[in-house]
Ligand binder design. Structure first.
Ligand SMILES: Cc1cc2nc3c(=O)[nH]c(=O)nc-3n(C[C@H](O)[C@H](O)[C@H](O)COP(=O)(O)OP(=O)(O)OC[C@H]3O[C@@H](n4cnc5c(N)ncnc54)[C@H](O)[C@@H]3O)c2cc1C
Length: 557
């Protein structure tokens, strides 16, 4: 479909873009140490689509004609590659299945509506002709929110919102923009930036995910400390349902019963299709700086992060990597190519010397990044206040150099998972949020659970974490884990991922801070929101969609 950009069918992002390690001398030794895996040079650049068998479309001609009458033939896709692009998201389970060509059930047709009225017509038709509609944003779901039920006998339509991609208006007085749901992150920012505005929402998946997808999964971006999670950013919505459109106006606040807005946010396509959103927008900051700090220990770093959150200093983000993640970050540094970079590397050696002389255990130290935005004076003031807080916890201020590097690399990491899969190795993530009082307990519990799970599967595994997204009462802990794939890729993954998710709940965290539920996290929902809570959700979905036409089975089965 020439009008809508898609990721490659077999992995993350664009064809031809890869994670490279040849220019990162410490990376291969790190992987050997952490996972006992010997990296091989990349064997292939792509996977030939001709090598996979795609189940034939089950869509009948009469239905295709009815859909054509709505959007026009140009906006209906039956071709196999597009059906595979739309069959699932980018969770590890889905990537393994996709690479193996193991497609139990794929959408029978992809429909690209251009207007809200066309969306409404498709949904009415779904009820009339009894087919399933799975709304599709950018396809970056990491919780299996898109993958159809393999047992689904009805026709499945993937409804791709990608043509509805415009910033429609900006209310400059209120700082509110009205934007179509199918717009990809970069396209939306380009339109907003052209008028001096930004949404400020930058998930790691930003380049390939959409505004509607963010709202449908309760997303959070790396700058949420300043701009809020998507649930804070979205003020108004239009949600198309077969019987009509729910219209929630962009009011600053309201007390008109239970919040419909909150109910739609995170509904993963089960309550209808979000076509348009009213969102907070902000003037692009005059000045921005990311400063790096090094802490002697994780405990001291967490205390500092809490103090920063409490201090009233406006930070755009404040995140700290634990010792394992710090070691990983250092392993991805490029070899210095220019004289200037060689001098910087020398500076780093000196810094290491300073830390050793201070008696630091360099295996325990933790790197933190804090971002400041505003006028030059505001940024200076913020930096000064944060320096005071971190120094009380024994940290060294590393300055803007490493911070700028972090800022540039932030959207590259998703390519690492495909690179590792190519090396027969899993690299995956799980995140939670917990009160400040429980963060160290959750962190330790997840490490212990992962270690036990690695051992039970006979693996040399690695786990690392960072803390980000601070709130009044707590913060998000984001874990990355890896291990070499054995003989039972799905069984091993299920055992390790489940151990981590269960540890979140047992230690007092939530089962997901910003990746949503989908099929992946659904088994823990009763433990997360109580059995009665799940029953309430089931009743809601059953009443809102009695025929189970809209992304059935997701969140709660
Ligand atoms: C490598 C990687 C990094 C990630 N980093 C982050 C991160 O930093 N922060 C974060 O929050 N998430 C992250 N994610 C998860 C993912 O990007 C988010 O869940 C994102 O919000 C999904 O948006 P999307 O447009 O790709 O939606 P899709 O994946 O296409 O869809 C997700 C769900 O939303 C529904 N949906 C989509 N559009 C609509 C609509 N208009 N109306 C109704 N339902 C709709 C779909 O049916 C599906 O259930 C990451 C994922 C990956 C693979």
């Amino acid at each position: 479909m020439a009008h809508v950009k898609h990721m490659k069918w077999w992995g993350w992002g664009e064809e031809g873009v890869h994670f490279e390690y040849a220019n990162k001398p410490a990376f291969a030794p790190f992987v050997k140490h952490a996972l006992d895996v010997d990296l091989r040079p990349r064997q292939r650049d792509t996977i030939d689509f001709a090598t996979v068998n795609v189940p034939a479309s089950r869509a009948e001609n009469a239905l295709l004609e009815a859909l054509t009458a709505i959007t026009g033939a140009e906006y209906l896709a039956l071709d196999d590659e597009l059906r595979i692009v739309h069959w699932a998201g980018k969770s590890v389970t889905e990537l393994l299945l996709t690479r193996a060509g193991d497609f139990a059930r794929v959408p029978d047709v992809v429909v690209y509506p251009g207007t809200e009225d066309e969306v409404a017509q498709v949904l009415r038709l779904a009820v009339e002709r009894d087919f399933v509609v799975i709304p599709f944003g950018g396809g970056t779901s990491i919780s299996r929110s898109l993958q159809p039920d393999p047992r689904e006998e009805r026709t499945i339509v993937s409804l791709d919102l990608g043509r509805m991609n415009q910033v429609l208006s900006i209310d400059e007085t209120s700082g509110l923009a009205t934007i179509q749901a199918g717009v990809l992150g970069p396209d939306m920012e380009e339109q907003l930036n052209a008028r001096g505005w930004t949404l400020g929402h930058f998930p790691d998946s930003f380049t390939h995910s959409t505004l509607g997808g963010w709202a449908a999964t309760r997303s959070s971006g790396m700058q949420s400390d300043k701009y809020g999670d998507i649930a804070d950013i979205v003020r108004g919505l239009r949600v198309v349902r077969p019987g009509g459109t729910v219209v929630l106006r962009p009011l600053p606040s309201t007390s008109t019963g239970p919040s419909l807005r909150e109910m739609i946010i995170g509904s993963e396509g089960r309550l209808g299709v979000i076509t348009q959103l009213d969102v907070h927008v902000h003037r692009i900051a005059e000045h921005r700086e990311v400063i790096a700090y090094m802490f002697p220990t994780w405990q001291q770093a967490l205390v500092a992060m809490r103090e920063i959150a409490r201090s009233g200093v406006s930070t755009t983000f404040a995140r700290v990597s634990d010792a394992h993640e710090t070691a990983f970050s250092l392993s991805t540094q490029k070899a210095p190519a220019t004289l200037k970079k060689k001098v910087t590397a020398k500076g780093q050696d000196l810094l290491w010397e300073v830390m050793r002389r201070r008696g630091w255990d360099t295996d325990a130290m933790c790197i933190a990044y804090v971002c400041f935005e505003g006028s030059k004076a505001e940024v200076q003031g913020g930096k000064k206040a944060v320096a005071g807080i971190v120094k009380k916890q024994g940290a060294l201020v590393l300055g803007a150099g490493p911070g700028a590097l972090y800022d540039q690399k932030k959207f590259d990491t998703p390519y690492l998972r495909d690179f590792l899969l190519e090396q027969n190795t899993i690299g995956d993530v799980s995140e939670t949020a917990a009160p400040w009082s429980r963060l160290t307990t959750v962190h330790q519990a997840v490490y212990d659970a992962a270690q036990r799970a690695f051992e039970s599967q006979g693996k040399t595994g690695w786990i690392m974490s960072h803390m980000s997204h601070s709130y009044h009462a707590g913060a998000c802990l984001y874990f990355t884990f890896g291990y070499e794939i054995g003989e039972d890729p799905h069984g091993e993954y299920a055992a390790i991922k489940s151990a981590i998710q269960q540890a979140f709940i047992d230690a007092g965290g939530t089962l997901s801070h910003h990746h949503g539920v989908g099929l992946e996290h659904s088994p823990w929902m009763e433990q997360d929101v109580s059995p009665e809570g799940v029953q309430l959700m089931r009743s809601l979905f059953a009443a809102a969609d009695p025929g189970g036409h809209f992304n059935p089975g997701k969140i709660v089965g």
